[in-house]
Design a protein around this ligand. Sequence first.
Ligand SMILES: [Zn+2]
Length: 350
Amino acid sequence: MAEELTVTHRNKRLGNGFTKIPHVVILGAGASKAAFPNGTPGGLNFPLMEDLVEVVGLAELLESSGTNYQGENFEVVFSRVAGDPQKVRLKRKLEEQIFEYFSRMQLPPELTIYDKLILSLRDKDVIATFNWDPLLLYAYRRCGNYFQSKHFGISMPQILFLHGNVALGVCVDDSTLGPMDSTCSKCQRRFKRVPLLYPILKKDYILDPVIKEQWDRLRYHMANAYFATIFGYGAPVADIEAVRLMKEVWDRNPRRELAEIEIIDIASHDTLKTRWERFIVREHYRTCVSIERSYSFQHPRRSVESFFDCFLQNSPWPENPMPDCRSFEEMANWLAPLLVEENRCLAASS
Ligand SMILES: [Zn+2]
């Protein structure tokens, strides 16, 4: 008997050959700002480079050392400080204060955009963030803990930290990474901080082994991705090397001719097209102003499969948008049929 494809069935299915092809999501400062538009509990706001001095409260430090900063982007100010051998102490103090500011951030109890983004992807997918704030990592941990507490297996995307992260710890001896407040699974010792990469023009992405590993993994996935989402990342001047590293592997991607670039940003369509045109092939791109309209929120956990069917098989799937809910329980109930199908496929293939 021919299999009848009901709407629900089609939105669940796996197995059109693109089941292992990654969806890569890149997050910049605008993503955290969009995820927490009113700041974090406790009233901490997310700075952009334009207002970082003011938001993090660095003015006093800069003024006391006679450093000009008024009207300048923090990238410019910090690059100047970092290049001045007389200001080594100031540079260290600025770094400490930035680290301390982001370390104080906490998640609100309800589901956030970061929780939903994590739950909208699977373990073949990647979320790579340029942000120092800990909230993506905290969201990742609590999503995993929630499903574990319900004894429900869930495949989760890989999370990468391209400029380091205040909540990420490392055990150098065992080459393990984990949240700063936990311990190494091999030697049980507390993790040590990973370095943060600050905004200077010549950032070195291979000097530190942790950062290098994060980049190696991003580059591997970008060279194989079929869908790339850039959320709130403006490719600032100080990230010229980061953009070059991504472009280099994107050009090698055998699927690049067909792959889609999705840009989520409040800037105009034309600005975004110009900003990312080196990555875009013909008209294979889309823009939207909010993550809720993004492809993975419309086709959660099946973005690559549904995109493949739509554009290569001319057989579009009906949208299956994530519910606009704020409770983990409600979201877990909604996701359950998708997870059941994934676990069934996993069991069948093992
Ligand atoms: Zn260890």
